[in-house]
Design a protein around this ligand. Sequence first.
Ligand code: PLP
Ligand code: CA
Length: 303
Amino acid sequence: FGFKGCRKIGGSQIRNLLNAKDFFLFDCDGVIWHGEKAITGAPKVVSSLIKHGKNVFFVTNNCTRPRENYVNKFYRLGFTDVMQEQIFSSSYCSALYLRDVAKVQGKVFVIGGEGVRNELLQAGIPFDGDDDAPDGTIFNCALASDVKAVLVGHDDKFTFLKLAKASCYLRDPECLFLATDVDPWHPLQDGRILPGSGCLTAALEVATGRKALVIGKPSPFMFECISSQFRVDPAQCLMVGDRLETDMLFGANCGLDTMLTLTGISQMKTAQEYRDSDHSTNQSFVPDYVVDTIADFLPAFED
Ligand code: PLP
Ligand code: CA
């Protein structure tokens, strides 16, 4: 007790771990890139893993782009061998959930941007949520009668009217309440932050007294999406992330070994505090392994 996890590894320990695992799941922001800049060495790590026959997947809570747009971003940032099939985003998986699990019959009311809309379109799911007449209010706007689900994700055009309409749809207990992810905020340059999807979901939860079903990390659903498309053995997987409360918990929820990389949000000290705390639930935030950066993998591919 108090000694498990947070194992800082390097050199031959990394080499042994990479040899032991067949599936590598990478969070994106903070692990693979910062916004529009690749983490130094990350493109080489990804292509080396692929060259060595490893299966590489990307699991991102960022719902703002459709998958084909991620392929372009990977390419632009120097990741030249990443394919759409390897990318699991919270918007893509939300569309899969609505189509294949909930089998929703009717329209989805969307709070979210291009990524969410495009994935719904590709999944053949009808949706609503385009802004009404700009002077519309909840007193005079039209409400559709066939909305069977509300999907909330990051939306930089979020308005009070969208919140109000979604709240009305959710008064029907049969109307599904889904969130792409509930990330609280994201770091930007210069100490600024971007409020995340979790803020918008929280507003709707307060207005309705309901709890959203979460698709993104830490919910295990994105791993279920991967397993439904590929033959994956959890024991052969390593989940690499930068946020303890989403990525490490996701790994724990899916039965995967976890690695924290220190290029992003969470620091070693917080991980150790979780490890040493008396609350057993905190253990799920504790990474099995810690590295400074995934570039520390590179020596393992030499000779
Ligand atoms: N959602 C939004 C809107 C973001 O901007 C980001 C990070 O930039 C994320 C989610 C988190 O993405 P990831 O899960 O790849 O860290
Ligand atoms: Ca991240």
